[in-house]
Design a protein around this ligand. Structure first.
Ligand code: DNO
Length: 394
């Protein structure tokens, strides 16, 4: 069985643990969001959170994420201390038997979108990314030095026209949407801070960046392995370069390079179907087949995309990602692990972003994390899984 999981943002999350119990999830995906990146997660804090989750009859299955400090990504400043803290956090989590840790290695910012309220035909609302709008934001609102060199001439022209027509309120909304993708424990980023953060990667390039990731893996994977923790590196969202920054995990080649850097089950991936799926050049069923042995965590959602870097999140069984094929590959992998890995408990899967549907429209949730939209997705995931497993066993 997969481990049916639900992302919960902690006691401040408008979705309560008691509600989650009724969605069909048995396990929680969460983090100590208040601990700043680069600091150690203390055993008492981990335990308190774990007990809180258990008091509702749920289990804490996955950490998403132990954030990687920017200095580790750049190998600058106090990166050595921060790596030591990271290792200590992994040890502390392993000792509490929290066996899967998701993290990402995206420079400067986490996910990026240009609209969080894209309306589907059925009245649902989900996020989308429009490359021209993003260019307009980058060049004309963020005013990143040299930004126009990142886009082809036809996009530059369209971006300028878009900005000219935009009201001040619309411009603010676009910029705010972009800023939401910056991770942090309640930090609010000024444009100046954002530009400095981006500038910090100047000159590193893809090779330098991947090499920093590999160095990090060489240090943390052995610790994770000896503590029984499976790491799950989340892909780039979206899976193409933005803001002149390097990218680490956007396609099959990147993923293979990273998992082969340190040969261990602990050096694994989060297979996020929506992130990888946003690029038309990614063949997801093939990626799942080739990477299956190292997929430690599944994020399931769907997107409709084109080949010009635009995409929108959509209903789980209706987009460009063949969710069925991926689930089937992972169920076969699960059956294989049951036989080959002692103590194996199942691959955690969670519905990733959900659309706002029904009563979600009347509430304020973390972007992409409403109650009903995700509950529908989890039900579809579990139904699909049950159907595939039944077919395979007859
Ligand atoms: C967005 C998420 C990401 C993810 C991190 C993992 O909803 O998929 O923020 O949690 O990138 O480190």
């Amino acid at each position: 069985m997969f481990i049916h999981s639900w992302r919960w943002f902690g006691p401040d999350d408008p979705v309560t643990l008691d509600q989650i119990v009724q969605t069909g999830a048995t396990h929680i995906v969460t983090a100590l969001h208040r601990v700043p990146a680069g600091e150690t997660w203390l055993p008492e804090e981990i335990r308190t959170r774990k007990e809180l989750i258990q008091s509702s009859g749920l289990q804490w299955g996955v950490v998403e994420s132990v954030p990687v400090h920017e200095e580790i990504k750049k190998r600058s400043g106090h990166y050595r201390d921060r790596i030591e803290n990271y290792k200590q956090s992994l040890k502390n989590l392993g000792r509490e038997k929290i066996g899967t840790v998701c993290y990402n290695f995206m420079p400067a910012l986490d996910w990026s979108r240009t609209n969080l309220k894209n309306r589907g035909r059925d009245g649902s609302e989900a996020s989308s990314f429009d490359f021209t709008l993003f260019a307009a934001m980058d060049i004309h609102l963020l005013k990143r030095p040299g930004a126009s060199e990142s886009y082809p001439p036809e996009i530059l022209e369209k971006a300028e026209a878009l900005i000219r027509e935009m009201t001040a309120a619309r411009r603010k909304e676009l910029l705010d949407t972009f800023l939401l993708g910056f991770p942090g424990s309640g930090e609010t980023f000024s444009l100046k801070a954002v530009l400095e953060r981006i500038e910090g990667y100047a000159g590193l390039g893809r090779d330098g960046y991947i090499s920093n990731l590999k160095e990090f893996l060489k240090e943390i994977v052995p610790v994770a392995e000896s503590e029984g923790v499976l790491l799950a590196l989340h892909p780039d969202d979206p899976p193409f370069p933005l803001l002149g920054l390097p990218r680490a995990v956007s396609n099959l080649r990147d993923a293979l390079e990273i998992i082969s850097a340190v040969d261990s089950h602990s050096n694994g991936l989060t297979f996020c179907t929506g992130s990888f799926g946003a690029s038309s050049t990614n063949d997801l069923p093939r990626m799942a087949r080739e990477l299956a042995g190292r997929i430690n965590f599944l994020h399931i959602r769907n997107v409709i995309r084109d080949d010009r870097f635009n995409f929108q999140e959509c209903n789980l069984l209706e987009g460009d990602v063949d969710v069925y094929a991926i689930m089937k590959t992972m169920i076969l992998e699960d059956l294989h692990r049951v036989k080959s890995r002692p103590g194996y408990e199942g691959i955690p899967v969670r519905p990733d972003h959900g659309a706002r549907i029904l009563d979600d429209h009347n509430k304020i949730y973390y972007p992409g994390y409403p109650l009903y939209g995700r509950m529908k997705n989890l039900a579809e995931i579990r139904g699909l899984e049950a159907g595939i497993r039944n077919c395979l066993s007859h």
